[in-house]
Design a protein around this ligand. Structure first.
Ligand SMILES: Cc1ncc(COP(=O)(O)O)c(C=O)c1O
Length: 391
């Protein structure tokens, strides 16, 4: 009998990693592959951040930092909310973490008792349910569709509320759908969750990657909640493993204690590098990246619709399109496999994002340049017209 803990039976792999491995193998054989499966920016980290990291290394910043992060970075994050989101945030509520991943683990660990449940949207970011499983809680995935912009609403939360419900986790913009929760809906969610005696956790990791409108933060109108954020996506720093958590005052000490135990501190080098992430120079570079993403979305959205994919809600953030492929195939996983092998385009099947009709959905990431996206669309067109999608 295996000695692997039972909880591991409930931790599913990230299927897209298999697909990525297959894509890399095909590339090693000389095949050209258009990557639309990768959930990270194709832009490198802005040069001033890299230079700040190099300077930190050269000056010997190679030791642990306080578990909550260096005070200067916590101040800088608070200043970022003040400057860009007109939101006052006491830096004492900011905890610097190893990515949003570290922030999500801290939040779940300090909030969820064994057996308590956490409501979340399906489709959604797959790791969320595993963070809940790890602390012996119960993830409750609520199916959402185009009628609510693939997001939870106050009504959905209220209807699904149970005796054991402790928290609600939402993401705006969302992965995989790229949709936002409007300010008024977020306020209704917050007041509903408060009234029901639970805690709202808002994942704002794609903050900054917002199109057609000005992005926001739930912190602008709510205090008693958890906000997850990261340098990974908008700042283009996935490999630096740096994020942050904003928590209600009363949770800061328990989080500090837990962080001291489970990771001691977020990477020191990354923290010093991130001090320059909010400077006007860097923000200007990031604005150019944002515009490039918007241009790509504006190309890809109508192009995919024309090919027969169904994208009923225009995504206004992140770098994903979540497309119904039910008219083209009834097995999105097999479809993605054939599209990769025969069409040379890698996309992520719905299976990675939950249990809500994954067989008829695919996620397209526009994390590759416009020319490659155009080529990708041509290849998909060729694949569809060959009839090979009829699986
Ligand atoms: C919604 C969401 N939350 C959290 C993460 C984790 O990001 P990181 O740990 O790199 O900050 C991701 C990564 O794709 C994500 O899409």
């Amino acid at each position: 009998m295996s000695n692997v803990a039972h909880r591991m039976q409930r931790i599913a792999p990230f299927y897209v990693m298999d697909l990525l491995a297959q894509a890399r193998q095909l590339e090693a054989q000389g095949r050209s592959i258009i990557h639309m499966e990768i959930g990270e920016s194709d832009f490198d980290t802005p040069a001033p951040i890299i230079e700040a990291g190099q300077a930190a290394l050269a000056s010997g910043e190679t030791h642990y930092t306080p578990a909550k992060g260096i005070p200067a970075l916590r101040e800088a994050i608070s200043g970022f909310y003040r400057h860009y989101y007109q939101t006052d945030l006491d830096p004492s509520r900011v905890i610097v973490t190893p990515g949003a991943t570290g922030a999500l683990q801290l939040a779940m660990s300090v909030l969820i008792n064994p057996g308590e449940s956490v409501l979340m949207a399906d489709p959604g970011y797959p790791c969320n349910r595993h963070f809940v499983e790890l602390v012996e809680g119960q993830p409750v995935a609520l199916p959402v569709g185009p009628e609510t912009g693939y997001q939870l609403t106050a009504e959905l939360v209220e209807a699904a509320w149970r005796e054991d419900t402790k928290a609600v986790l939402v993401a705006s913009p969302s992965n995989p759908t790229g949709t936002l929760i409007a300010d008024d809906e977020m306020q209704r969610l917050y007041t509903t969750v408060q009234r029901l005696g639970g805690v709202l956790i808002v994942d704002e990791i794609y903050q900054g990657l917002v199109y057609d409108q000005v992005g926001g933060t739930a912190l602008r109108y709510a205090d008693n909640l958890f906000v997850i954020n990261s340098f990974s996506k908008f700042f283009g720093m996935t490999g630096w493993r740096l994020g942050w958590l904003v928590a209600p005052d009363s949770f800061v000490d328990p989080i500090d204690r837990l962080a001291q135990n489970i990771f001691l501190s977020a990477p020191t080098l990354s923290q010093y590098a991130a001090l320059s992430a909010f400077t006007p120079d860097v923000m200007e570079i990031l604005e150019q990246h944002r515009q490039a993403f918007q241009q790509r979305r504006d190309f890809l959205l109508p192009a995919l619709r024309e090919l027969g994919f169904s994208i009923p809600v225009t995504p206004q953030g992140a770098f994903y399109l979540y497309a119904g492929c039910g008219e083209l195939s009834d097995d999105s996983q097999a479809f993605a496999g054939r599209l990769l092998q025969e069409g040379g385009v890698a996309v992520t099947p719905g299976l990675d994002f939950g249990f809500n009709h994954p067989e008829s959905h695919l996620r397209f990431a526009y994390t590759t340049d416009l020319d490659r996206l155009k080529e990708g669309v041509e290849r998909i067109k060729g694949f569809l017209s060959s009839g090979n999608n009829n699986i």
